[in-house]
Structures are given as C-alpha cells and as structure tokens.
Design a protein around this ligand. Structure first.
Ligand code: ATP
Ligand code: MG
Ligand code: MG
Ligand code: MG
Length: 439
C-alpha cells in the first residue's frame, strides 16, 4: 500500500478526552473515530488490526472443534422473556421498537438465541458435543463507556456456546475453550492469566476470566508469579483427549490466581512474598459453565442413550476482539507510539523513501516494495513528499514491526537501513539482505 493513496488520518495533537495510552494512540495513529459516546468507526489501520485478531481467534476456535455461524445483532424480546432475562437484564440492554410496535433489542449476548437454534434442530445425544460460535457486534449501554474501545457501548465479541448431555461432558467442552483461550492470547503476543471468577447462583469452579496485567486495568487481581511462566499448550494438542486436557487445566488452575471478587486472603498470604503479584488487570475473555440455566426454561432437550429426554448442559465463552486492540497497545507501546506484536501488526514493514524524486532512491524503494510483496509481506510504502523527520515519526507512531529506511547517503554504498521498531536496533544491509531480514 502506498501511503500517498492510503487513508491514514494522523492527529498531531494529543486528544484531550483520552485518559489512557491506548485510547490516545488509537486516536492519534488514525485507528479509530468516535461517532457517539462509546460508539466508534474503525478506520483502515484499526480495521486491519481488528481483522488480524479475529483471524487468530477463529483459527483457535476452529482448532478446538467449535463451529462458526452468524446470528443477527437485533433480537426479539420474546426470546428473552422465555429465559426470564428480558426484565432482569436492566438498563445495559438497548431496547428497540419496530414500526409494528414489536419489542426488539440490540443483543448484548446470545445465550437465548443459540438455545433457540439448538432446540429447533438437535434431538439426540448422538449429535453432542456441539460448540457453536460467532463473531458479532454487541451493544451494552454501559453506564460509563470509557478508554475508547476498552469499554465501549458497541463492541465486537466472539461468543461460543457449548452443548453437552451431562456435566462431565460439559467440563470437557469447558476445558477445550480454556486451552483454546490460552493459545489465542499467546498468539496475540499477550500473557493472559486465567483467574477464578464468580459463577453466581450456579456455583462450582467452572468460570474463569482471562486477564492481562496492566496498570490501567479496571479489575484488581492477585496471583502467584509462577502462573506467568506456565507453558502454553502446543498447536498439536489433542482436543479429544479428555484426560490430557484436564491435566493442562489442572496445571494452570493449581497456581493461585483470582480477581478481587474471588480473592482468598488466606491462600494469598501463604504465597512467598517474592512470588506474590497484586496488580491491576484487563478482562479480555471469560468462560462459563452454567448447566441447564437456559435449556430448562427454553426446553432445549435431547434424548439420552436410555431413551429419556433431558435438558442439555451448556457453557458460554466470550472474547472481546475490539477490547483486545486496546489491551495489546496498553501492553506494548513507548513514548514514540504503538509497538505492534508481529502477529497483529496492521502491516509487516514500513518502507520509508527519504528522498522522493531522487531516481536511485525511488528505484530502490520500488524494487523493495515489489520484492517484499512477492514474498507475501504487507508493506506500507511512505512515498509522500514529506521531510524524513515526519516519516520517522509516523512510522514509529503506527508501530509497524520493521522499518526500511531508504535514502541517497546509504544507497551510495549500496545499503539501506533496517530498523526493528520494538528494540530500536538498526542494521545497514544490502537491498537483497534487507528483503531476507524482514521476510
Ligand atoms: P466487564 O467486566 O469488563 O464489564 P463483562 O464481564 O461484562 O466485562 P462478558 O459478559 O464476560 O463481559 O463478555 C465477554 C467479553 O466481552 C469480555 O471478557 C470482554 O473481553 C468483552 N467485553 C465486555 N464488555 C465490553 C465492553 N463494554 N467493551 C468492549 N469489550 C467488552
Ligand atoms: Mg460488563
Ligand atoms: Mg466482568
Ligand atoms: Mg465477564
């Protein structure tokens, strides 16, 4: 992509409404525009990152055996009356009336709708286990939308819903998502910690929030430092191996980690002082087993091997990709701007032409641009008629992992400069070596 033909509205001034670094940087680097309180347009650079994240989320959901579908954003109030949640949900639900005066709502979550889909088609235990997921915009009329897409009113969610014959099966479905979440956040360049979370009236130990440590996080969290070094399950993990999956989950959950609601002072006090972590965190995912809470009132039943009908055991599993964009920036930025982890970067390489119009420089840039494109690298080519200083600042601000600086001085020695954004390390390389270096 040539920057002269792209749409990258960089802000020079720091927007004063932004209280935290990620929000400031998302506005300044042209990722985002607020359209109303807690409602945003995703500008091209921001959309690229969001799409990178959802691709990884999908790959890991699919790997675990979950099946993607797509439900609508608008739902009918009737469904929510069946579960009893229409009145219970409160003011966070955006309620809408259509022209026929029918009560509708903009979905804040989809348990009711997925249960309706399930009961329409599935009759037998032989069709279980089943895990259906989608990536869809949600609306919650948050009382205090803030920090940009960290807590917005309209936000993207990956929500998955599992169906099993009994609690034992549901635990395995839960463990699959547990492992898929560990892998997903690790691939996004984040250290996530599964923390015991409140299960509400259902009880049990089957609810975990996945938390990223960050000073600006809204949750107060406590954990044993060792949890940060627990190995991530590999890509070839067998998701059908019930005992193996349980052993992975046991390993993770045997180390103390809890949010303030579930905090156990005595258990925390027993941890050696140098291993105690008391910090703030961002909830980026949440998994939950809730048994027959929806299947019972909504009559989502299957026939078991014994011929008896029974309500299915369900769980739901959420990830917030739009919150993740902000969370990744909170975890990875410096004075000059964003520092994207490679897997989610909007472009792989920023190619800076330091003297547009100089034929040797233009030729070298053109060659690099084509060569990298052929190797499948996404290159943002800064071909604008701007001073080098402005180009350096833009490249640092938008945080693309590699920069290639091309100017007459180094070119006279047949070299270009390759800079790694994260470390600031610079190398003078031949054009061919530069291509190999960033490929
Ligand atoms: P929070 O405690 O931050 O309000 P929640 O517990 O209400 O979140 P869940 O219902 O568990 O959220 O939804 C699943 C995921 O959706 C969350 O873990 C988070 O990543 C994302 N999410 C929830 N609310 C928002 C929001 N207002 N803006 C952006 N992402 C959100
Ligand atoms: Mg909430
Ligand atoms: Mg929460
Ligand atoms: Mg939650």
């Amino acid at each position: 992509m040539r920057l002269s033909r792209y749409f990258l509205p960089i802000l020079r001034e720091t927007p004063k409404e932004a209280e935290i670094a990620s929000h400031r940087l998302m506005l300044r680097a042209g990722l985002l525009r607020q359209q109303a309180a807690g409602i945003y347009s995703w500008l091209p650079l921001g959309l690229r990152v969001l799409n990178k994240i959802t691709t990884i989320v999908r790959e890991e959901q699919n790997r675990s055996g979950a099946v993607e579908l797509l439900m609508p954003t608008i739902q009918s109030a009737e469904l929510w009356r069946e579960s009893g949640r229409y009145d219970a949900y409160g003011k966070e639900m955006l309620r809408i009336r259509d022209r026929h005066d029918r009560e509708m709502l903009y979905g804040p979550t989809n348990e009711e709708m997925i249960t309706d889909i399930f009961r329409a088609y599935v009759r037998s235990y032989k069709d279980l286990p089943l895990n259906l997921y989608h990536l869809q915009w949600k609306f919650r009329d948050e009382i205090r939308p803030r920090f940009g897409t960290m807590r917005s009113r309209e936000f993207l969610m990956k929500d998955a819903y599992s169906f099993d014959l009994d609690q034992e099966g549901a635990r395995h479905s839960y463990n699959k998502m547990f492992v898929a979440y560990l892998r997903t956040f690790a691939r996004l360049g984040l250290k996530s910690i599964p923390m015991r979370a409140d299960t509400g009236p259902i009880g049990g130990d089957l609810s975990h929030e996945f938390i990223i440590l960050a000073a600006t996080g809204e949750s107060e969290v406590f954990c044993h430092r060792d949890v940060l070094d627990t190995p991530i399950p590999p890509a070839d993990t067998d998701f059908d191996d019930v005992a193996h999956l349980q052993s992975i989950v046991d390993k993770w959950t045997s180390v103390y980690a809890a949010t303030s609601e579930m905090h156990d002072e005595a258990a925390f006090a027993a941890i050696p002082d140098d291993k105690k972590v008391s910090a703030r965190g961002i909830e980026v995912g949440h998994i939950f087993y809730f048994g027959t809470k929806y299947s019972e009132p909504m009559k989502a039943t299957v026939t078991g091997p014994d011929g008896h009908e029974r309500p299915v055991h369900m769980g739901s599993y959420g990830i917030g990709p739009s919150r993740l964009v902000a969370a990744i920036i909170e975890a990875s930025h410096d004075e000059a701007g964003i520092v994207w982890p490679d897997p989610v970067a909007p472009f792989d390489v920023a190619l800076l032409n330091l003297k547009p119009g100089d034929s040797a420089t233009d030729d070298a840039c053109g060659h690099l641009y084509r060569a990298l494109g052929l190797r499948g690298r996404d290159v943002l080519y800064d071909d604008r008629d701007e001073r080098p200083g402005a180009k350096f600042a833009t490249a640092d601000l938008i945080g693309v992992p590699w920069q290639i600086l091309v100017g007459p001085r180094s070119l006279s020695e047949g070299k270009v400069e390759v800079k790694r954004r994260a470390t600031g390390e610079r190398e003078l390389l031949s054009i061919e070596d530069a291509v190999v270096r960033v490929a």
